[in-house]
Write a protein that binds this ligand. Structure first.
Ligand code: C2E
Ligand code: CA
Ligand code: CA
Length: 551
């Protein structure tokens, strides 16, 4: 699109040049030889007609410069120079000063074109420059990469994303955020000096072009180390240090045949891959991560479609008391079935949805649907059945989440005391004020909380002692080798002991065989949820399970 557009501009400019030259030839030869041009009974002196034609030619030249202040300018000035040359030749050749005003006009037009083009150059430069760092911005970067590829220049591009800058802007103010960006931009420039060029993209992102023949990995490591060094800031009373972390993506090997937009997209994919991964600081683009990004894009599309067209439904996995296999309740688990019959695993689509706000829509769907389906069951069994619903970290951290839950409870007339919300240990560890506010507000309304995936190692001891939960769910990863790994067994033992100290009950998740079950029973674990006693089941089977196991 972009090349077609600039190609079209060039065609217009060349046509303009041809027209302009033809115009000066006509005015310099044919009209020059006539004294007057007669139209009807009006006679127009050829000199005034010449002036009009010259003005017309100048207008075309201005349009050429406006279309392209570089290429158009060169051609436009050449056209006027051509006309000037003809005029000067007439003056010198015929020793006649009559065409002198025409020559002066030409010089004035050239001056006007120089002024217009330099003004355009300046405003274009401002358009392509990042005001804060003075580096070329994304638009400039894209143009330069297009040019480099056309010019057979080879190399790689690196995208760098600074993390936590939004928090810095919020907590320390935008001026300090700007100072950090400037500091980092000069650190980047220092490191890539002689190796490539750097550009400032939007927000907290930089791009670097590395010329062929340099070790990109080594360079990225140097860049990351330098960016992540402390930044000294002046405080009101004392100076303090700020640390910024970053992630990088590298798209290798620019060559003549690569599409510049694809190349930049690849660097973006690689950078996003590193951003999403917990432990990866940088990532080279490859086909595997490309396929992964494409799949995620597809899955995101499925989630949207599923929300709109009702491809989501719920299954429920029973939770039993270990000592007598009586039923505690059920965890609701979402499922997606596409119209062609394929299932997409929640482990896959929940992770994708969590990266956008789609997870909030999923949580809202599950909350309402699960409560609607379970209202009668809870009432029928004298409120002895617990309905456990997974809530994402994003949702629980939103102001007003507690109100939303209470509203759904009211609308579905669900008995509050049967409701348990599962939040992961991870979301609890990362929780801020809003999360705790929501949890305490809902606990005041007698709603229970379970800490999911417990033991995956995110909570500090201090947080642990203040967990506002009634149930700890030991993660399946700890249960898997509990019979063979003594350290794991000791750890699970400690978790159960600690849970009880904290007045929590403990449930083990992902229990698959009798040996694990017996061991957990001996360790004093209260409940079990796992294939050993039941896989997740549909609503009809829930009714049968209640009939059989509620005691
Ligand atoms: P989770 O909350 O830890 O859910 C437990 C997962 O372990 C479920 O997988 C369950 O089917 C599986 N599971 C239970 N017992 C066993 C067992 O003995 N063996 C094995 N191999 N697996 C067992 P599922 O349903 O695929 O869900 C995966 C994850 O997706 C959930 O992990 C949860 O993080 C998320 N998820 C599922 N439903 C929802 C939902 O409604 N809302 C939200 N926000 N997340 C959900
Ligand atoms: Ca769960
Ligand atoms: Ca879990």
């Amino acid at each position: 699109m972009r090349t077609r557009y600039s190609g079209l501009k060039k065609v217009f400019i060349i046509l303009g040049a041809i027209f302009s030259i033809a115009n000066s030839v006509v005015s310099g030869t044919i009209i020059q030889r006539m004294q007057y041009l007669s139209v009807g009974n009006v006679s127009i002196p050829s000199s005034s007609l010449n002036g009009t034609l010259q003005g017309f030619g100048a207008l075309i030249c201005i349009a050429m410069v406006l279309l392209d202040y570089q290429f158009g300018f060169i051609l436009a000035v050449s056209c006027i120079a051509f006309s000037l040359f003809g005029t000067l030749r007439a003056i010198i050749g015929f020793r006649n000063l009559t065409p002198l005003p025409g020559a002066i006009n030409c010089i004035l037009y050239i001056i006007a074109l120089v002024l217009i083009s330099s003004q355009l150059r300046k405003s274009r430069k401002a358009e392509l420059t990042d005001k804060l760092t003075g580096q070329i911005n994304r638009y400039g970067f894209e143009e330069i990469i297009h040019k480099k590829i056309r010019a057979f220049e080879k190399g790689s591009i690196i995208f760098i994303h600074l993390q936590g800058l939004t928090d810095i802007n919020i907590n320390l103010g935008r001026n300090r955020g700007d100072y950090i960006l400037k500091t980092i931009s000069s650190r980047i420039d220092r490191i890539i000096n002689g190796v490539g060029e750097s550009y400032k993209l939007e927000g907290a992102e930089f791009a670097i072009f590395v010329r062929e023949g340099h070790d990109c990995e080594d360079l990225v490591l140097k860049l990351i180390n330098s960016i992540e060094e402390k930044i000294e800031m002046e405080g009101d009373d004392n100076n303090f240090n700020v640390y910024v972390t970053c992630k990088a993506g590298i798209a290798d090997c620019i060559n003549r045949y690569v599409n510049p937009d694809t190349l930049m997209k690849n660097a973006d994919i690689a950078m996003n891959h590193a951003i999403r991964s917990e432990d990866m600081k940088y990532c080279f683009f490859n086909d595997r991560i490309k396929r992964q990004a494409e799949r995620e894009h597809d899955v995101e599309g499925f989630v949207k479609e599923a929300l709109e067209n009702g491809y989501f439904y719920l299954v429920y996995q029973p939770q039993f008391r270990i000592k007598d296999k009586s039923l505690r309740g059920f965890e609701s688990l979402i499922r997606m079935k596409l119209p062609d019959g394929t299932f997409v695993s929640p482990a896959e689509f929940i992770a994708v949805a969590e990266r956008s706000d789609l997870i909030l829509r999923i949580d809202a769907f599950v909350l309402r649907r699960a409560m609607e389906e379970f209202k009668e069951i809870c009432e029928k069994y004298d409120y002895k059945v617990v309905l456990s619903i997974n809530i994402s970290a994003k949702d629980i951290a939103i102001e007003g989440f507690a109100d939303t839950v209470l509203q759904v409870i009211e609308e579905t007339k669900f008995p509050k005391k049967c409701l348990e919300l599962e939040i992961t240990e991870y979301s609890f560890a990362k929780s801020g004020d809003k999360t705790l506010e929501n949890i305490f507000r809902l606990r005041d309304e007698n709603i229970m909380f379970a800490i999911d995936d417990f033991g995956t190692g995110y909570t500090s001891l201090a947080q642990l002692l203040n967990l506002p939960a009634n149930l700890l769910k030991i993660d399946k990863s700890l249960i898997d080798n509990i019979c063979t790994d003594e350290t794991n067994r000791d750890f699970v033992n400690a978790v159960i002991y600690m849970g009880h100290l904290m007045n929590c009950e403990v449930i083990s998740e992902g229990v698959e065989d009798e040996d694990q079950l017996t061991l957990l029973k001996n360790l004093g674990c209260d409940f079990v949820q796992g294939y050993v006693w039941s896989k997740p089941i549909d609503y009809t089977s829930v009714i049968e399970t209640c009939r059989e196991y509620v005691k």
